[in-house]
Design a protein around this ligand. Structure first.
Ligand code: MG
Length: 355
Protein backbone atom coordinates (compact mmCIF):
# COMPACT_ATOMS: atom_id res chain seq x y z
CA UNK A 1 0.00 0.00 0.00
CA UNK A 2 1.29 3.45 -0.97
CA UNK A 3 2.10 5.95 1.74
CA UNK A 4 -0.93 8.19 2.36
CA UNK A 5 -0.55 11.96 2.49
CA UNK A 6 -2.94 14.47 4.01
CA UNK A 7 -4.44 16.89 1.53
CA UNK A 8 -2.26 19.83 2.68
CA UNK A 9 0.98 17.87 2.34
CA UNK A 10 -0.14 16.43 -1.03
CA UNK A 11 -1.01 19.94 -2.25
CA UNK A 12 2.38 21.24 -1.15
CA UNK A 13 4.26 18.48 -2.96
CA UNK A 14 2.36 18.65 -6.26
CA UNK A 15 1.99 22.42 -6.59
CA UNK A 16 -1.81 22.54 -6.51
CA UNK A 17 -3.82 24.25 -3.78
CA UNK A 18 -6.12 22.41 -1.35
CA UNK A 19 -9.04 24.29 -2.86
CA UNK A 20 -8.09 23.13 -6.36
CA UNK A 21 -7.75 19.51 -5.24
CA UNK A 22 -11.24 19.61 -3.69
CA UNK A 23 -12.68 21.21 -6.81
CA UNK A 24 -10.98 18.74 -9.18
CA UNK A 25 -12.13 15.76 -7.10
CA UNK A 26 -15.73 16.96 -7.44
CA UNK A 27 -15.21 16.83 -11.22
CA UNK A 28 -13.70 13.36 -11.26
CA UNK A 29 -10.05 14.38 -11.45
CA UNK A 30 -7.52 13.29 -8.82
CA UNK A 31 -9.98 11.59 -6.50
CA UNK A 32 -8.53 11.03 -3.00
CA UNK A 33 -7.24 7.53 -2.30
CA UNK A 34 -9.10 7.48 1.02
CA UNK A 35 -11.54 9.63 2.97
CA UNK A 36 -11.87 9.34 6.74
CA UNK A 37 -15.55 8.50 7.28
CA UNK A 38 -15.81 10.26 10.62
CA UNK A 39 -13.72 13.42 10.06
CA UNK A 40 -14.12 13.73 6.29
CA UNK A 41 -10.33 14.21 5.93
CA UNK A 42 -9.00 13.35 2.49
CA UNK A 43 -5.86 11.34 1.91
CA UNK A 44 -3.89 10.90 -1.29
CA UNK A 45 -1.47 8.11 -2.19
CA UNK A 46 2.14 9.12 -2.80
CA UNK A 47 1.79 7.34 -6.16
CA UNK A 48 -0.74 9.99 -7.26
CA UNK A 49 1.88 12.74 -7.09
CA UNK A 50 3.12 12.18 -10.62
CA UNK A 51 -0.36 12.56 -12.12
CA UNK A 52 -1.06 15.58 -9.90
CA UNK A 53 2.10 17.31 -11.10
CA UNK A 54 1.04 16.71 -14.72
CA UNK A 55 -2.34 18.23 -13.88
CA UNK A 56 -0.62 21.25 -12.30
CA UNK A 57 1.49 21.79 -15.42
CA UNK A 58 -1.49 21.49 -17.77
CA UNK A 59 -3.55 23.89 -15.62
CA UNK A 60 -0.65 26.35 -15.75
CA UNK A 61 -0.83 26.03 -19.56
CA UNK A 62 -4.52 26.96 -19.36
CA UNK A 63 -5.97 23.57 -20.31
CA UNK A 64 -9.55 23.13 -18.98
CA UNK A 65 -10.06 20.54 -16.22
CA UNK A 66 -12.45 18.50 -18.35
CA UNK A 67 -9.89 18.22 -21.16
CA UNK A 68 -7.16 17.21 -18.71
CA UNK A 69 -9.40 14.44 -17.38
CA UNK A 70 -9.98 13.17 -20.92
CA UNK A 71 -6.27 13.25 -21.72
CA UNK A 72 -5.35 11.32 -18.58
CA UNK A 73 -7.91 8.63 -19.49
CA UNK A 74 -6.31 8.22 -22.94
CA UNK A 75 -2.89 9.94 -23.11
CA UNK A 76 -2.16 11.20 -26.65
CA UNK A 77 0.94 13.29 -27.47
CA UNK A 78 -0.82 14.67 -30.57
CA UNK A 79 -3.31 16.37 -28.26
CA UNK A 80 -0.44 18.34 -26.72
CA UNK A 81 0.58 19.41 -30.25
CA UNK A 82 -2.95 20.65 -30.89
CA UNK A 83 -3.05 22.63 -27.63
CA UNK A 84 0.34 24.07 -28.47
CA UNK A 85 -0.97 25.30 -31.81
CA UNK A 86 -4.00 26.85 -30.10
CA UNK A 87 -1.59 28.78 -27.91
CA UNK A 88 0.34 29.94 -30.98
CA UNK A 89 -2.88 31.20 -32.56
CA UNK A 90 -3.97 32.93 -29.38
CA UNK A 91 -0.59 34.59 -29.07
CA UNK A 92 -0.85 35.76 -32.70
CA UNK A 93 -4.37 37.14 -32.19
CA UNK A 94 -3.39 39.07 -29.10
CA UNK A 95 -0.26 40.49 -30.71
CA UNK A 96 -2.25 41.65 -33.73
CA UNK A 97 -4.83 43.28 -31.48
CA UNK A 98 -2.04 45.13 -29.68
CA UNK A 99 -0.57 46.28 -32.99
CA UNK A 100 -4.03 47.44 -34.07
CA UNK A 101 -4.37 49.39 -30.83
CA UNK A 102 -0.94 50.93 -31.35
CA UNK A 103 -1.89 52.06 -34.85
CA UNK A 104 -5.28 53.32 -33.67
CA UNK A 105 -3.60 55.42 -31.00
CA UNK A 106 -1.27 56.77 -33.71
CA UNK A 107 1.89 55.88 -31.81
CA UNK A 108 3.29 55.06 -35.20
CA UNK A 109 2.00 55.06 -38.78
CA UNK A 110 0.07 51.95 -39.70
CA UNK A 111 2.47 49.84 -41.69
CA UNK A 112 0.10 47.28 -43.12
CA UNK A 113 -0.43 48.72 -46.59
CA UNK A 114 -1.36 46.08 -49.13
CA UNK A 115 1.74 45.03 -50.96
CA UNK A 116 1.48 45.65 -54.66
CA UNK A 117 2.87 43.22 -57.17
CA UNK A 118 6.62 43.61 -57.33
CA UNK A 119 6.63 43.70 -61.09
CA UNK A 120 3.84 44.43 -63.47
CA UNK A 121 2.64 41.12 -64.78
CA UNK A 122 2.39 40.51 -68.45
CA UNK A 123 -0.48 38.70 -70.08
CA UNK A 124 1.65 35.72 -70.98
CA UNK A 125 0.32 32.29 -71.69
CA UNK A 126 2.12 29.90 -69.41
CA UNK A 127 1.40 26.25 -69.23
CA UNK A 128 1.86 24.58 -65.88
CA UNK A 129 2.62 20.90 -65.37
CA UNK A 130 2.24 20.11 -61.69
CA UNK A 131 2.58 17.17 -59.34
CA UNK A 132 1.76 17.15 -55.66
CA UNK A 133 2.23 14.93 -52.64
CA UNK A 134 1.44 15.09 -48.95
CA UNK A 135 2.31 13.01 -45.87
CA UNK A 136 0.91 13.01 -42.36
CA UNK A 137 4.43 13.10 -40.84
CA UNK A 138 4.49 12.69 -37.08
CA UNK A 139 1.04 14.11 -36.41
CA UNK A 140 -2.27 12.40 -35.65
CA UNK A 141 -4.05 14.06 -38.59
CA UNK A 142 -2.96 15.65 -41.85
CA UNK A 143 -4.09 19.26 -41.76
CA UNK A 144 -2.25 20.20 -44.97
CA UNK A 145 -4.04 20.47 -48.32
CA UNK A 146 -2.95 20.98 -51.90
CA UNK A 147 -4.41 21.70 -55.30
CA UNK A 148 -2.94 21.20 -58.77
CA UNK A 149 -4.73 22.27 -61.93
CA UNK A 150 -3.42 23.54 -65.27
CA UNK A 151 -3.64 27.18 -64.23
CA UNK A 152 -3.89 27.10 -60.44
CA UNK A 153 -1.66 25.45 -57.84
CA UNK A 154 -1.56 25.89 -54.09
CA UNK A 155 -0.74 24.49 -50.68
CA UNK A 156 -2.32 25.26 -47.30
CA UNK A 157 -1.40 24.28 -43.74
CA UNK A 158 -4.42 24.28 -41.44
CA UNK A 159 -4.35 25.42 -37.83
CA UNK A 160 -6.88 24.83 -35.14
CA UNK A 161 -6.55 21.29 -33.89
CA UNK A 162 -9.46 19.11 -32.86
CA UNK A 163 -9.59 17.91 -36.46
CA UNK A 164 -10.51 21.44 -37.62
CA UNK A 165 -7.21 22.39 -39.23
CA UNK A 166 -7.85 20.11 -42.19
CA UNK A 167 -11.25 21.72 -42.71
CA UNK A 168 -9.64 25.18 -42.77
CA UNK A 169 -6.93 24.30 -45.29
CA UNK A 170 -9.32 22.38 -47.58
CA UNK A 171 -12.00 25.07 -47.43
CA UNK A 172 -9.50 27.81 -48.27
CA UNK A 173 -8.12 26.01 -51.33
CA UNK A 174 -11.56 24.86 -52.53
CA UNK A 175 -12.89 28.42 -52.28
CA UNK A 176 -9.90 29.78 -54.19
CA UNK A 177 -10.11 27.03 -56.82
CA UNK A 178 -13.78 27.84 -57.36
CA UNK A 179 -12.97 31.53 -57.83
CA UNK A 180 -10.40 30.75 -60.53
CA UNK A 181 -12.23 27.82 -62.14
CA UNK A 182 -12.38 29.38 -65.57
CA UNK A 183 -9.29 31.16 -66.80
CA UNK A 184 -9.37 34.01 -64.28
CA UNK A 185 -8.51 37.66 -64.32
CA UNK A 186 -6.33 39.07 -61.54
CA UNK A 187 -9.42 40.58 -59.90
CA UNK A 188 -11.01 37.12 -59.64
CA UNK A 189 -7.95 35.75 -57.89
CA UNK A 190 -7.81 38.64 -55.43
CA UNK A 191 -11.53 38.34 -54.72
CA UNK A 192 -11.01 34.58 -54.28
CA UNK A 193 -8.47 35.26 -51.53
CA UNK A 194 -10.97 37.47 -49.75
CA UNK A 195 -13.73 34.87 -50.11
CA UNK A 196 -11.45 32.12 -48.83
CA UNK A 197 -10.69 34.17 -45.73
CA UNK A 198 -14.38 34.82 -45.13
CA UNK A 199 -15.29 31.16 -45.64
CA UNK A 200 -12.76 29.95 -43.07
CA UNK A 201 -13.64 32.75 -40.67
CA UNK A 202 -17.34 31.81 -40.90
CA UNK A 203 -16.58 28.11 -40.46
CA UNK A 204 -14.64 28.90 -37.30
CA UNK A 205 -17.13 31.32 -35.75
CA UNK A 206 -18.98 29.95 -32.76
CA UNK A 207 -16.36 27.28 -32.18
CA UNK A 208 -14.41 27.17 -28.96
CA UNK A 209 -11.04 27.23 -30.73
CA UNK A 210 -10.16 29.53 -33.61
CA UNK A 211 -9.28 27.91 -36.91
CA UNK A 212 -7.14 29.26 -39.69
CA UNK A 213 -4.74 28.25 -42.40
CA UNK A 214 -1.71 29.34 -44.32
CA UNK A 215 -2.16 29.66 -48.08
CA UNK A 216 0.47 29.91 -50.79
CA UNK A 217 -1.08 29.73 -54.24
CA UNK A 218 -0.26 30.71 -57.80
CA UNK A 219 -2.75 31.34 -60.58
CA UNK A 220 -2.15 32.05 -64.24
CA UNK A 221 -4.40 34.97 -65.08
CA UNK A 222 -5.75 36.23 -68.37
CA UNK A 223 -4.62 39.81 -67.83
CA UNK A 224 -1.66 39.78 -65.43
CA UNK A 225 0.35 36.62 -66.01
CA UNK A 226 1.25 34.69 -62.91
CA UNK A 227 -0.25 35.98 -59.67
CA UNK A 228 0.74 34.70 -56.24
CA UNK A 229 -1.38 34.97 -53.10
CA UNK A 230 0.41 34.25 -49.87
CA UNK A 231 -0.26 34.38 -46.15
CA UNK A 232 1.48 32.43 -43.39
CA UNK A 233 4.64 30.35 -43.44
CA UNK A 234 4.14 28.02 -46.37
CA UNK A 235 6.55 28.92 -49.16
CA UNK A 236 6.97 29.39 -52.90
CA UNK A 237 10.43 28.73 -54.36
CA UNK A 238 11.65 29.14 -57.93
CA UNK A 239 14.46 27.02 -59.33
CA UNK A 240 16.07 28.71 -62.35
CA UNK A 241 19.31 27.50 -63.91
CA UNK A 242 20.01 25.41 -60.83
CA UNK A 243 19.58 28.31 -58.38
CA UNK A 244 16.86 28.12 -55.75
CA UNK A 245 15.18 31.35 -54.67
CA UNK A 246 12.45 31.79 -52.07
CA UNK A 247 9.82 34.13 -53.54
CA UNK A 248 7.58 34.52 -50.47
CA UNK A 249 8.20 36.04 -47.05
CA UNK A 250 7.35 33.93 -44.00
CA UNK A 251 4.78 35.62 -41.79
CA UNK A 252 6.25 34.45 -38.50
CA UNK A 253 7.47 36.26 -35.43
CA UNK A 254 11.08 35.33 -36.13
CA UNK A 255 10.98 36.18 -39.86
CA UNK A 256 9.53 39.60 -38.99
CA UNK A 257 12.34 40.15 -36.46
CA UNK A 258 14.97 39.13 -39.03
CA UNK A 259 13.46 41.54 -41.59
CA UNK A 260 13.58 44.43 -39.10
CA UNK A 261 17.16 43.54 -38.13
CA UNK A 262 16.27 42.63 -34.53
CA UNK A 263 17.30 39.00 -34.95
CA UNK A 264 20.13 37.41 -36.87
CA UNK A 265 19.06 34.81 -39.45
CA UNK A 266 21.26 32.21 -37.75
CA UNK A 267 19.48 32.84 -34.43
CA UNK A 268 16.04 32.42 -35.99
CA UNK A 269 16.47 28.69 -36.56
CA UNK A 270 16.23 27.56 -32.94
CA UNK A 271 14.07 30.46 -31.79
CA UNK A 272 11.08 29.38 -29.64
CA UNK A 273 8.71 31.57 -31.69
CA UNK A 274 9.83 30.40 -35.12
CA UNK A 275 6.51 28.62 -35.69
CA UNK A 276 4.32 31.43 -34.39
CA UNK A 277 2.43 33.01 -37.27
CA UNK A 278 1.83 36.73 -37.43
CA UNK A 279 -0.78 36.25 -40.13
CA UNK A 280 -3.09 33.39 -41.09
CA UNK A 281 -6.12 33.13 -43.33
CA UNK A 282 -9.53 32.87 -41.63
CA UNK A 283 -8.42 33.83 -38.12
CA UNK A 284 -10.14 37.21 -38.44
CA UNK A 285 -12.88 38.71 -40.64
CA UNK A 286 -10.20 40.14 -42.96
CA UNK A 287 -6.53 39.51 -43.55
CA UNK A 288 -3.66 41.13 -45.35
CA UNK A 289 -2.68 38.79 -48.17
CA UNK A 290 0.65 39.29 -49.92
CA UNK A 291 0.31 39.53 -53.70
CA UNK A 292 3.11 39.29 -56.20
CA UNK A 293 3.54 38.77 -59.92
CA UNK A 294 6.76 36.79 -60.16
CA UNK A 295 8.59 36.69 -63.45
CA UNK A 296 8.32 33.23 -64.92
CA UNK A 297 10.16 31.74 -67.86
CA UNK A 298 9.74 28.45 -69.66
CA UNK A 299 12.14 26.03 -67.95
CA UNK A 300 11.53 27.43 -64.46
CA UNK A 301 10.58 24.90 -61.83
CA UNK A 302 8.48 26.04 -58.87
CA UNK A 303 8.00 24.46 -55.47
CA UNK A 304 5.10 25.29 -53.19
CA UNK A 305 5.41 23.63 -49.80
CA UNK A 306 4.32 23.68 -46.19
CA UNK A 307 6.75 24.19 -43.33
CA UNK A 308 6.96 20.45 -42.64
CA UNK A 309 9.05 20.17 -45.81
CA UNK A 310 11.57 22.96 -45.39
CA UNK A 311 11.95 22.21 -41.67
CA UNK A 312 13.10 18.71 -42.62
CA UNK A 313 15.22 19.37 -45.73
CA UNK A 314 17.77 22.19 -45.80
CA UNK A 315 17.86 24.55 -48.76
CA UNK A 316 21.02 23.05 -50.34
CA UNK A 317 19.47 19.58 -50.36
CA UNK A 318 16.18 21.07 -51.58
CA UNK A 319 17.94 22.82 -54.47
CA UNK A 320 19.63 19.57 -55.52
CA UNK A 321 16.54 17.36 -55.17
CA UNK A 322 14.21 19.81 -56.90
CA UNK A 323 16.15 19.57 -60.13
CA UNK A 324 15.43 15.89 -60.70
CA UNK A 325 12.56 13.90 -62.21
CA UNK A 326 9.18 14.96 -63.53
CA UNK A 327 7.01 17.12 -61.20
CA UNK A 328 5.04 14.23 -59.70
CA UNK A 329 8.09 12.03 -59.13
CA UNK A 330 9.95 14.99 -57.68
CA UNK A 331 7.09 15.91 -55.31
CA UNK A 332 6.76 12.27 -54.18
CA UNK A 333 10.51 12.08 -53.60
CA UNK A 334 10.68 15.33 -51.60
CA UNK A 335 7.82 14.36 -49.34
CA UNK A 336 9.16 10.83 -48.81
CA UNK A 337 12.56 12.26 -47.98
CA UNK A 338 11.12 14.67 -45.38
CA UNK A 339 8.98 11.91 -43.87
CA UNK A 340 11.99 9.60 -43.83
CA UNK A 341 13.97 12.27 -42.00
CA UNK A 342 11.41 12.02 -39.20
CA UNK A 343 9.32 15.13 -39.98
CA UNK A 344 7.24 15.84 -36.88
CA UNK A 345 4.81 17.99 -38.87
CA UNK A 346 2.61 17.28 -41.90
CA UNK A 347 4.61 17.56 -45.14
CA UNK A 348 3.25 18.81 -48.46
CA UNK A 349 4.93 19.68 -51.76
CA UNK A 350 3.64 20.83 -55.14
CA UNK A 351 6.25 20.85 -57.89
CA UNK A 352 5.46 22.81 -61.05
CA UNK A 353 7.18 22.99 -64.40
CA UNK A 354 6.59 26.18 -66.39
CA UNK A 355 6.32 25.48 -70.11
MG1 MG B 1 2.93 22.70 -40.85
Amino acid sequence: MDELLGISEFARQCGLSVKMLRSYASRGLLAPAAVDASSGYRYYAAGQLHEARVVALLRRAGVPVRDIAELLCAPDPAQLDRWSRHLDLEWTRRKRALEGARAALAFEPESVAQREPTTKGEAMTYQLVAGGATHIGGRATNEDALVTTEHFVGVADGLGGLEMGDLASRLALDTLAEAVRDRPRADNVIAGGRKANEAVWRAGSGREAAIGTTVTALAITEDAGALVLHVGDSRLYRLRTGQLEQLTDDHTVTADLVRTGELLPEDAEGHPHRHVLTRALGVGPSVEIDRASPSLEPGDRLLLCTDGLFQSIDSAALEAALGTGDPQTCADGLVARAAGAGASDNVTAVVVDVL
